[in-house]
Write a protein that binds this ligand. Structure first.
Ligand code: AMP
Ligand code: MG
Length: 350
């Protein structure tokens, strides 16, 4: 039974919810990427509650959200490259993995000597950060492994029985999680998770090549991602990016990913749902088959991003025997992020 309260982002509610956070409680918060489940990043006991509420394994570190560059510098060591990227993309959907400062509890970083930091752009999240006066650790506000939430209603459906407070900031404007860049060695930046900030944009800003994410998704926390020197035996299982798990962001209904498919094919399998990237052309005279859906009417990838997780959730609740989804066309800037999430949603096992 849901017991969480959904709060409008009024100044009074922001004050109340900031108090909940400062006292070590949890609040689900809106961001421009997806909704997050926030706790005081410098309070280990509070952060442990995040793992419990989500059913998130302790080896999967959290992103720390900050309101300012000064606050980022309190939790992480900012190299000139990090400052350059912050100037170009913060506030915004870019997370930097950097050497951590001692004040960040081990539970937040899963024992790693690095911390993931981001300055969010959502005005409600920023207002809450200002009111709290401390950094907030926040992974996506969903049960671990399930489709990320992009509305307060999604959070209520997934975590309503496990948390007390949800701050409603409207539907997320981007709808896919932040780009994660490993910048522990500024000379060798590596993309860990594609997002709305693209690899090309990062390379232009840094003036060096950015290594692409590993082609093959890991089934287990990947030891190939972390250089051995940065791992202590205690954190041998720590994950560098959650999106590195082969199966993540996944609906319960089995999902198959295709390069392309046709309406003719979809109508041969009426008990399966077919999610086109772009609205397909239908014969004027024909009724729209009931098992056909799309992410964007005119092929706008940003619109597809906003709709992706809500579509997967709606289809998952639709009683379909199987879901089919089409890959986003490679030319779209958001395509690597969309196709990464779709591939992981379609992957079998974990
Ligand atoms: P999520 O909260 O699901 O959006 O995922 C955030 C991701 O950021 C984590 O799952 C990690 O993969 C990555 N991350 C967080 N902290 C660290 C860290 N200290 N070192 C490397 N990657 C991290
Ligand atoms: Mg997540």
């Amino acid at each position: 039974m849901p017991c969480a309260r959904v709060h409008a982002p009024t100044p009074r509610n922001l004050v109340r919810l900031a108090r909940v956070l400062v006292r070590g409680g949890l609040v689900a918060v809106p961001s421009e990427t997806v909704y997050g489940l926030a706790a005081d990043a410098l309070n280990a006991a509070a952060c442990k509650k995040i793992f419990r509420a989500k059913g998130r394994p302790a080896h999967d570190p959290l992103i720390v959200h900050v309101r300012s560059l000064a606050s980022a510098a309190e939790v992480a060591v900012l190299s000139p490259a990090a400052k350059k990227l912050a100037a170009a993309f913060w506030p915004g959907p870019l997370t930097l993995v950097l050497p951590k400062r001692a004040c960040v509890p081990q539970v937040v970083t899963a024992g790693l000597p690095s911390v993931a930091v981001r300055m969010p752009a959502h005005p409600v999240f920023r207002a809450l950060l200002r009111r709290c006066g401390r950094p907030l650790a926040a992974p996506s506000a969903n049960p671990f492994g399930y489709v990320s939430p992009t509305t307060a209603t999604h959070v209520l459906a997934g975590l309503g029985a496990r948390i007390a407070h949800i701050l409603d900031g409207g539907p997320c404007k981007i709808g896919v999680e932040s780009t994660i860049l490993d910048l522990r060695d500024p000379a060798r930046p590596a993309l860990l998770r594609p997002g709305a900030v693209t690899r090309v944009q990062l390379e232009k800003t840094l003036g060096v090549r950015v290594r692409a994410p590993a082609k093959k998704a890991a089934r287990l926390p990947s030891s190939s991602v972390l250089p051995p020197v940065s791992r202590s035996p205690a954190c041998a299982d720590a994950q560098l990016a959650p999106g590195l798990l082969a199966r993540h962001y996944a609906p319960r209904t089995p999902l198959t990913l295709h390069r392309k498919f046709s309406v003719a094919r979809a109508v041969t399998a009426p008990r399966e749902a077919w999610l086109f990237f772009r609205r397909p052309t239908l014969k004027k005279s024909a009724a729209r088959p009931k098992n056909i859906f799309w992410l964007t009417a005119r092929g706008d990838a940003a619109e597809a991003g906003r709709n992706l997780f809500a579509c997967l959730r709606a289809l998952d609740a639709g009683g379909w025997h199987r879901l089919h989804a089409e890959r986003a066309p490679a030319r779209a800037a958001l395509a690597p992020a969309l196709n990464d999430r779709l591939a992981r949603a379609a992957a079998k096992g974990g």
